[in-house]
Ligand binder design. Structure first.
Ligand code: RP5
Length: 160
């Protein structure tokens, strides 16, 4: 698989499904895992440490609240990790965003936006990394952009 799609809880799946659907559309192969940073710390470490041997190219990690999952996966691998802040009820996802984006120097996590935009941009960013060496995925990305450009131009008609 090219991408490991990891979430902190099954309760994250409605958001993460948007990432999964877009990865599928872009012809990126992936598998899905629930790995809770606070409930499964040993599994988290083992997953991060074996991720490169598993031949993943990118890890996408979605989590909410005090969201340690992306940072701790990044600490256990040199693969690029994309962090997706889940929109929480208590603090609307600002908690998730700040805990994922504010990585101290040395261990980067490429953090996308809270909510639907972030869930989809995580798939697009992963696809862009994969597309460096995968022509099929690159073709899908170009087509995706072309379509959204045409839709934005066509939306002018709604102004009349
Ligand atoms: C995080 O805690 C998960 O990523 C989820 O967003 C949040 C709440 O998890 P549950 O209590 O719903 O399992 O680890």
């Amino acid at each position: 698989m090219q991408v490991a799609l990891v979430m902190g809880s099954i309760s994250d799946w409605p958001s993460v499904k948007q990432t999964a659907d877009l990865l599928e559309q872009l012809h990126v192969s992936f598998d899905k895992h629930v790995i809770s940073a606070h409930r499964m710390p040993q599994e988290l470490q083992a997953f991060g440490q074996s991720a490169k041997d598993e031949q993943y190219s990118v890890i996408i990690a979605a989590a909410g609240g005090a969201a340690h999952l992306p940072g701790m996966l990044a600490a256990n691998t040199t693969l690029p990790v994309i962090g997706v802040p889940i929109q929480t009820k208590a603090l609307n996802g600002v908690d998730s965003l700040l805990s994922i984006v504010q990585m101290p120097t040395g261990i980067p996590v490429a953090t996308v936006a809270i909510g639907n935009a972030g869930a989809k941009n995580a798939a697009l960013l992963a696809a862009e990394i994969i597309a460096i060496t995968d022509d099929d995925v690159n073709t899908q990305l170009v087509a995706y952009r072309d379509k959204q450009t045409k839709e934005a131009i066509a939306s002018n008609e709604q102004l009349q």
